[in-house]
Design a protein around this ligand. Structure first.
Ligand code: ADP
Ligand code: MG
Length: 743
């Protein structure tokens, strides 16, 4: 749509007020915003008019459906808008160091009558609701001595008593309720007035989304949307408004991600890897595959093909590898690392925790055993392919030896934690970087490791990057968190995997079922895991409780079985001894903390018992369960909990019982935990997604990505889209903008 005025620039193709203009206006330009109000608004993180207009209502009170006091009926829940006329504190107070219970009785009036409202044990309500306060009360109506009253309602303050003369919100309207904190003397009504003034003075807004796209995605125009989200005339206006503004958030984010991908390509100094060496001796990957005791799955082959294609190209790979637990991602990562090695390059695999790094290192060492690479300095012209582990626990002497070997190229594969990022780690020629992300590394850390390819003098090349997730994350979430990467999904498990029957057992008296299954399976020649309760933040306490549980099981529920113990506080040699015993069948049951979460691979294990399962997150439960069901026999997973668990834990455990599909569980996890946890490192500053919901807005995420891809493909520098560039500059930080728009 075409709106005159606002922009002030005559030949701008998109007239209307631009977001950058709003971002440049301080809130003091608004009537009634003096230094005190400005300070309050700053406490909410609001400095500019743009901040205010993107501080969206948390919910709405549909006052078109409010009831007046004379319409109230006992036994119903109701919303009443009224003014406090009397407040009284009864009982309570402090006696002998203990507070006795008390109550606050408030009388609320509206033009039709008066209502008694009682709060028990909330003495602070007396201070919150002085006479003159206008508030909304939502709660159950009861009858007491022939009079109606409300007990313990939710309260939304609309106008403070001290702000006399404050215009009262009209009945028959919809009130936006804004996110506020106790720290500020601001009400939703007041904030709403500031917003209304800002909207009126801003007038029509420039719209960066081309009209055909608005039609295609069925979006309303920005001006209508911003007005409707703050001042809807009907509740039905809110969702289309939210949808449009959510699209804008997602579109800006995708545009930044797609541009970033493009810029990386522009600047790239990639390596053409040697994917098909002429001599069989040099083809490490082929040798490796030939020696595998099984065939790769089709999905693995496809993933490796895509990766090999990337590696052969002069542009560096930026690829995300997703697959369910047990899908065989490690082999795919190893393919990339071996292709790197066969061309004489090194590779690095970074994991988010020491335990994971140790496990990957052990696995890689086992898998590459027997392979060799050319080395003119050695007898016979070859030396064994070498891998090593580097973490903060690596002793100083060994660490400096590793640093030397990396610099001279004697070490081919380095596995480790953040310890890989330090300056002392310098590669001779870094060809491939694999990051086991677990959503815990941010864009910066990925970049830091990748930058090591260029070396200290900056003359080196950009390594190819492969990012893996340990358990699946929903596709749309991946588009947001990893939107600067190409994506490959391994959607197939190796053949012959048996299902895992999962049962949630609530209450001590039912746990016996799990222990008798353990006994049966052991009698049949199989093995079992018992995972002990998670102790957040203390590996030591966790270890102590695992020791106690192992003793208890040996003396009671599992008496007579050969029980081993594994926890994070044990010496490496002891851990290895116990794992070896469990692998070889010298132990029947392994009682462990979550150190076994990832990587442990014992096909004879057919039972997984997880104690206090309600304390674990879905991804972790799914990983743990993935330790069984790896052989040819059917497997069992028991989730033990107390009788009572929170609603969220119940939803998690029920989902675990219902499905073994990691992608489905990832959706449930996102639904339960919200996007914040997934977005983690990705979110910063103004790029926050305030309105977009990754799960329910998946169509918008995909559309936003598609539009971003099309726009950048047609105009890689966005020269023809000045409004988009201007808007992105408002929302990304200066460093990011400099990178995205450097010429
Ligand atoms: P992920 O890391 O994806 O959870 P892993 O890489 O740990 O899975 O592989 C799980 C197990 O499956 C390992 O024991 C691995 O050796 C085995 N495996 C991998 N690929 C295949 C395959 N194509 N056929 C049979 N077993 C496989
Ligand atoms: Mg693995």
């Amino acid at each position: 749509m075409t709106i005159p005025g606002g922009s002030g620039s005559g030949d701008q193709p998109s007239p209307g007020r631009r977001l950058r203009q709003l971002a440049g206006l301080s809130l003091s330009v608004l009537k009634g915003v003096g230094p005190a109000a400005e300070a309050d608004l700053a406490t909410l993180g609001l400095a500019s008019v743009l901040d205010l207009l993107t501080h969206y209502p948390r919910r709405y009170i549909d006052a078109t459906r409010l009831v007046t006091i004379d319409q109230l009926r006992a036994g119903e829940k109701a919303s009443v808008l009224g003014e406090v006329v009397r407040v009284q504190k009864i009982g309570g107070g402090y006696g002998k160091g203990r507070r006795s219970p008390g109550r606050v009785e408030v009388t609320v009036a509206d033009p039709t009558g008066r209502l008694g409202v009682t709060f028990f044990n909330q003495a602070w309500r007396a201070g919150q609701l002085p006479p003159g306060t206008l508030a909304l009360f939502f709660g159950p109506v009861t009858s007491f001595r022939n009079a109606l009253q409300m007990t313990g309602p939710q309260v939304e303050i609309l106008a403070l008593a001290s702000q006399d003369g404050e215009a009262r919100p009209d009945r028959g309207r919809i009130f936006p309720v804004y996110p506020l904190t106790e720290k500020v003397k601001l009400t939703s009504a007041r904030l709403g007035r500031y917003v209304a003034e800002a909207l009126e003075r801003a007038g029509p807004l420039a719209d960066p989304v081309p009209e055909p796209w608005l039609d295609r995605v069925q979006l309303i125009d920005r001006t209508t949307a911003l007005n409707a989200i703050h001042r809807p005339e009907a509740m039905s206006e809110v969702e289309p408004a939210r949808r449009r503004l959510a699209f804008d958030e997602l579109f800006r984010l995708q545009l930044a991600l797609v541009l970033r991908q493009r810029r990386l390509e522009d600047d790239a100094r990639g390596i053409r890897h040697r994917t098909a060496p002429s001599s069989a001796e040099d083809n490490l990957w082929q040798q490796f595959v030939a020696a595998l005791p099984f065939e790769l799955t089709n999905a693995q082959s496809r993933a490796i093909e895509a990766i090999a294609g990337d590696l052969a190209s002069p542009l560096p790979m930026h690829r995300l590898l997703q697959g369910d637990v047990g899908a065989g991602k490690t082999l795919v990562a190893l393919a990339a690392m071996l292709i790197s090695a066969q061309g004489g390059h090194q590779s690095a695999l970074m994991a988010p925790t020491e335990v994971l790094a140790e496990q990957h290192a052990a696995e890689v060492a086992r898998l590459v055993d027997g392979l060799s690479v050319p080395d003119p300095g050695c007898l016979g012209g070859r030396r064994p392919l070498r891998s090593a582990l580097l973490t903060n626990r690596t002793p100083a002497g060994e660490r400096s030896r590793l640093h030397d070997e990396l610099r001279t190229g004697q070490l081919d594969i380095l596995v480790g934690t953040h310890a890989l990022l330090v300056d002392e780690v310098v590669f001779h020629s870094l060809g491939v970087v694999v990051i086991d992300e677990q959503h815990r590394f941010g864009v910066e850390q990925r970049a830091a490791l990748r930058d090591k390819g260029r070396g200290q003098d900056g003359t080196g090349a950009d390594p190819d990057l492969l990012v893996m997730t340990a358990t699946p994350i929903p596709r749309t979430a991946a588009m947001v968190v990893f939107g600067d990467l190409d994506m490959t999904i391994i959607d197939e498990l190796p053949p012959g995997r048996q299902g895992i029957a999962t049962t949630w057992l609530r209450g001590r008296d039912r746990h016996g079922r799990a222990w008798s299954r353990v006994r049966d399976e052991v009698a049949a020649g199989h093995r079992a895991f018992v995972v002990c309760p998670l102790v957040e933040g203390s590996e030591r306490i966790e270890a102590t409780s695992a020791v106690a549980e192992a003793e208890r099981l040996a003396g009671e529920d599992l008496a007579g079985l050969r029980i081993g113990l594994l926890h994070g506080q044990m010496k490496a040699a002891d851990k290895e001894r116990v794992m070896a015993g469990f692998r070889s069948g010298g132990l029947d049951v392994l009682v462990a903390t979550t150190v076994i979460e990832v990587g442990v691979d014992v096909p004879e294990a057919t039972v997984m018992v997880i104690e206090d399962a309600d304390r674990f997150g879905i991804a972790q439960l799914h990983q743990l369960r993935g330790r069984v069901g790896r052989g040819s026999a059917p497997s069992y997973c028991f989730l033990l909990s107390d009788e009572e668990s929170s609603d969220e834990a119940t939803a998690r455990l029920e989902a675990m019982e219902r499905t073994s599909d990691g992608f489905e569980l990832a959706d449930v996890d996102l639904l339960l935990r919200g996007e914040g946890t997934i977005l983690g490192a990705r979110q910063k500053g103004r790029s926050d997604l305030k309105l977009a919901r990754l799960l329910s807005d998946r169509d918008l995420v995909a559309e936003a990505r598609q539009l971003a891809v099309e726009v950048v493909a047609g105009d890689p520098t966005l020269t023809g889209h000045p409004l988009l560039v201007e808007e992105l500059r408002v929302f990304v930080d200066d460093e990011e903008a400099a990178f995205l728009f450097k010429s």
